[in-house]
Each structure stands twice: as C-alpha cells, then as structure tokens.
Design a protein around this ligand. Sequence first.
Ligand SMILES: [Zn+2]
Length: 295
Amino acid sequence: MPEPIEITFLGTGAAVPTIRRNHSAIVLHYTGEYILFDCGEGTQLQLQKAKISPLKISKIFITHWHADHFAGLLPLIETLHLEKRTEPLEIYGPEASRFVDAIIELSYWGTGFDIIAKDVESNQKIFENDLFEISTIKTRHSVPSVGYCFKEKDHVHIDIGKANKFGLRGIDIRKIKEDGKIKIGDKIIKLEDVSKITPGRKIIYTGDTRICPEIFKAAKNIDLLIHEGTFIERFEEREHSSAKEVARLAKKNNVKKLILTHFSKRYKTSKEIEKVVKLIFSKAIVAQDLMKVKI
Ligand SMILES: [Zn+2]
C-alpha cells in the first residue's frame, strides 16, 4: 500500500473570515513532509487545533499575495524563531521575493533560520525530489496568481521473474529504473517490459481564480481537485468561481474527488452549498475548517 497523502484544511473562508471559517491554508502531509499551501491570518492557531507542529513545515506555497492568503506568515515566522527553528524555510509564490523581503524587514533582529523566497510563474516545475514533484498551474485572478499541482512519482514494481527472463542483474535493474530502458546486447528492454507501473497520485489546489480552462485540462482524471467556490452562483464582475460551475466542470473532466473551499461569508451553513453542488456532482465535498482527507 502506498503511503497515505493527508490533507488538512486549516481555513476555508474567503476574504472576510467567520467564526466557522478561517482564512485560507491547507497542510499536505506525505512521507514525513509537511507542506503548507497559503497561510492566511490565524494559520498558526489552526495548526495548533489540528495538532500539527509548525516546526515540521518545510515549504510554504502562496497562491497570490492577497492578505487572506498570506497574512499568517509574519506571526508564523515569529513563532518559528521563538521555537528556535534552525532548518531553512522555503516560501514559493509569484513575486515571492518582494513580499518575503517586506515581511522580513518588519522584524528587528531577523530570524535564526534562513528564509528562502522562490519566485514562480505559471506552468513551471518548481520542486522535485525522489518521491514527488510540485508544479504551478495557470489561474485567473485580479493579481499575479498561480495554482499548485502535487504529483507523486509513479510506483514501479519490478517483476523479478520477468527481469530474470531478460537476463537482468541487480545493476541492470537499477539502471532500467533510472533510465526507463536498458540495452542488453542488441536488444532494448523497456521498464514496462519487466515491471508493473502504478501512476502516482495527483492533487491540484487552485487558490483564488475565475473559472480557468487550463485548471480543468490539468485536472482531467485527477485524484483530488481542491478548487475555490467563493459563490454558489456566478457573479460576472467577480474574480472568483461559482461552486456550481466548478462542480459541473469537475464532473465533465472525470475528477475523482472535488473539494470546494474559500466560501463567502454570506453562506451561513455548508448545507446550503452542499445541496446545490451534490446535485450536479455527487463526488463534490464542501470543505470545513480542520477537516482531514486521506487519499
Ligand atoms: Zn482569497
């Protein structure tokens, strides 16, 4: 069984928070790594409620620099400093250096750890290790913005019987796993000839956006799409999406699980959103603060 990917919704409200919905922030936990997407006001208190130590967070990905998505950074950094963090903290986002520099400037003595700002643009691979990669996705908002795609690396299970049949030794198996193929004599053996490949899981988080066709193109057949759904109905003049339209497009693109988040304060209960979107797409879920989902 592959390691679970656990997502914790720390904040699911839009520009104005409510008693029930904090500002945007999501933690993704996978193989010991904790990654934060957006860091709205109050994120560190939500982390405490979710029983996740802020010291564990290795990277923060900001979708855009509206306060409801980043105002929790300054107090979070202060806490990490007081808790004597030493590991560097990476903060990614469009124009990240500009905003991270401004935040660091607000502190008297700096921090005891390095903060590394990484500027990103749409449609870039921005991080990769042996287990997963993270890329940016185009979104459409009133300021520079991106969505993020987490893609687990494919799982390769070598069939020893088949490998033996092709005469592969241990060193050949390592090479075929690295290069995807190997030449033995005049014969080329492909990785798929001697293995079963299980595609890695894929998750997209949009941040704030109008309906953007590029997101749904990238989300075709995806395991989990976390999309903003600020309003139930469409408001032409707003830079946000309607939950109804997101549900319709997620269904059309065969999304395996849709979680809507970032709801306007006008909606007093989740039920009123849920009853509308479930009628369109039964796999749609309305996010709640502190909700945990495993895929
Ligand atoms: Zn927002």
